[in-house]
Design a protein around this ligand. Sequence first.
Ligand code: HEM
Length: 434
Amino acid sequence: QPLTGDESFLEATWRFIRNPVEGFGPLAYRQPIVTAKTFGQTLHVISDPVGMTDVLVRHADKFTKTAIDARILGPATKEGLLSVHGEQWKRQRKAVAPIFRKRHVESLAPLITDALSDFTARLDQRSRLDLSRAMADLTFDVLAKALLGGPKGLDRTRLKRATRAVVTGAGTLRPDDLLPWPRWVPRPMTPTGSGALRRLKRAADDLLAERAQNPDDDLVGLLIGADTLSPRERRDNLIGFFIAGHETTALTLTWALYLLGRHRPTAERVRNEVRQVCGTGDVRFDQLADLPFTQAIIDETMRLYPPAPLLNREPREVVNVLGRTLEPGHAVLLNNYVMHRTERLWDQPLLFDPDRFLRDPSLKAKGAPYMPFGAGPRICVGAAFATMEALMVLATLARDFDIRVDDNVYPRPLMTVTLRPEGGVPARLERVVE
Ligand code: HEM
């Protein structure tokens, strides 16, 4: 069965390598599961809530994250929650759970307010920016405050520089990492040997050592105190949280601000909602539930631009999903991007229509064709934190700033593990003066 309908195999493969989210052609939009053989490797592309639920929830224990995941994230966070399996995963998820519990997450809201007010003060000095870089900067600072906390004067700059270099650096993560090449194919550009990665590991090790003298009840304190974790696991988790936890939220905010910049009446509606609920003061955690339209902007943004557009799995045993036989050695790609955009499952899927989430709350229920945070036991551990942060930041920026995206900027979503706007989003954020 061809992956792409009318294209030749070579054309389809090239398109897939260039930008995996565009490489699924019409068939993936029409069918819940598409199976293809590339270079002798069987690949199943699933873009359907029943199939995704089968893999992520119902048969979760019959799948592992794939060699593809290990290749991309492995060098940076091989022994961390993102990459490990089985008993090791269970032990780690339990060890870090307290930091992501609802009550603890809520207590972090004032740190977001702090980081935001530094950020908006800088905006007042210089309103021109690239939204993707600015949001990555902001979300990194938020995460550093939330996860590292600890004594003043702690040097977070090294960690920030090294994390950003690993996440965005040339040759770090490449689209063709997603191709199921055999494991022996040399990968000169993978981050294993890169200087950026070595610097990141050293920065994380030093930070853990420094903090071991002065433990606290933040994430680092928790990692240091978790005697069920080895030193390597502690370091890889610290790195894993920074890698998984800042760019994803930053991209949600980048795309959301871009959409508001392009839909001015919608931006005005958000501004009015936030003014009504929060006045002109700081946006507080207890007000977030009263911002349904702002929340719908975030939901609709993650539908159109899911920060984690493709999840990877490999069957451990033979499993039947959507009438297909999935076997060990096969690659399974769970395609959020296509599932969120197919006419098979959505009404006018390419329309930016945040109200759809208000009209039909079941779009966010279990089993809906909407899984930006994944599903099942390995659902994003940071989802509550990310949602709170995205809402607080978007509400504040949309209320206080006029978002003007440069003319003729319509960035293509490009998948490099996360879904980035190709070429960035040059914009101007001017404070609203009434
Ligand atoms: C897992 C998305 C923010 C840490 C995941 C998964 C998705 C996801 C889809 C599941 C991957 C899979 O099943 O293969 C997102 C999105 C975010 C976000 C869209 C922001 C909008 C965060 C934040 C943190 C975080 C803020 C940490 C501070 C993690 C970790 C895992 C994970 C550690 C692995 C969990 C496990 O395997 O048990 N995320 N994430 N994420 N995420 Fe997030």
